[in-house]
Design a protein around this ligand. Structure first.
Ligand code: CMP
Length: 224
C-alpha cells in the first residue's frame, strides 16, 4: 500500500540520517517521500532490480539477504525502525545489491532516488553520514568474511546468539522467533548442522526454549 506524497517533517526528524536538517530542509525531503506499508513476508526489493528509491523504516523488521538459484539464502543483516536501505543502487547507479523482505508488518518512507541524489550534492553532511555507514558496513563484512573463512559453524552460531540476544539477568534472550533454518541462513551453514549443534547445546543445559523465546546461558563455551 502506498500513501500520499509528503510526509510530516517531524517523522523525518527522528531518523538519524536526517537529524541534522532544519525544518525547511526536512520539508524538501518530505516532498520527495511517500509512505508504504506492507504485511510480513513481503518482498520489497530483489537483487538485480533497477530502481533507485531509498527506503527509511518507520516500523517493523526487515531482512537483507542473498539467494542462489536453488533457493539457498544467506542473511546479511536485519534492519528496524530508523534504519534505511536502498542507498547503494542510488549512489553507484547499479542494480540492487541484495534482496529485502519484511519479517513483520512494516511501514517505510520511500524517497525518490534521482531527486534525493541531486539533493545530496547540496548536503555534504548527509553524504558523509552515508559514507560513514558504508564504511561501518565494510568493517562488518570484513568480519563476516573472516568468520566464514576461518571460524567453524559452532563459533559463528555463538556469535549470532550474542548478536541477536538481549542480555537479561546474566543470560541472552532471543525474543524473535528463529527457526533452525533462519539461524543456518545467518551463519552460512545447513539446517541439519545447526539443528545438531542446538540439540547438543540443549542437552548440555546451555540453551532452553521458553514461550517461543530462546534462552542462552552466558556460560556458553566459546568453542564446543
Ligand atoms: P541497494 O543495493 O540499493 O539495495 C539492496 C540494499 O540492501 C542495499 O542497497 C543496502 O541498503 C542493503 N544491503 C546490501 N548489502 C548489505 C549488507 N551487507 N549489510 C547491510 N545492508 C546491506
Amino acid at each position: 500500500m502506498t500513501g500520499r506524497p509528503g510526509i510530516p517533517s517531524n517523522i523525518l526528524k527522528n531518523i538519524p540520517l536526517f537529524s541534522s536538517l532544519s525544518e525547511q530542509e526536512l520539508d524538501v525531503i518530505s516532498q520527495m517521500a511517500v509512505r508504504k506499508t506492507c504485511p510480513a513476508d513481503t518482498l520489497i526489493m530483489s537483487e538485480g532490480d533497477t530502481d533507485y528509491a531509498l527506503y527509511v523504516i518507520e516500523s517493523g523488521r526487515l531482512k537483507v539477504f542473498l539467494m542462489d538459484e536453488t533457493g539457498k539464502e544467506i542473511v546479511l543483516d536485519t534492519k528496524g525502525p530508523g534504519d534505511y536501505f536502498g542507498e547503494m543502487a542510488l549512489l553507484d547507479d547499479s542494480p540492487r545489491s541484495a534482496s529485502v523482505m519484511a519479517l513483520e508488518g512494516a511501514s517505510m518512507l520511500v524517497i525518490q532516488g534521482r531527486e534525493f541524489r541531486e539533493y545530496l550534492s547540496t548536503r555534504p553532511d548527509i553524504a558523509i553520514n552515508l559514507l560513514e555507514a558504508l564504511s561501518r558496513r565494510i568493517r562488518i563484512l570484513n568480519e563476516q568474511v573472516k568468520d566464514l573463512a576461518l571460524k567453524d559453524v559452532y563459533t559463528r552460531l555463538v556469535k549470532v546468539f550474542r548478536q541477536l540476544g538481549e542480555k537479561e539477568q546474566g543470560r541472552y534472550v532471543i525474543h524473535q522467533k528463529m527457526t533452525h533454518q533462519d539461524l543456518a541462513n545467518r551463519v552460512g551453514s545447513s539446517r541439519e548442522m545447526v539443528s545438531r549443534i542446538v540439540t547438543d547445546l540443549i542437552k548440555g543445559g546451555y540453551i532452553k526454549k521458553e514461550n517461543n523465546r530462546l534462552i542462552i546461558s552466558a556460560n556458553l563455551p566459546p568453542r564446543w
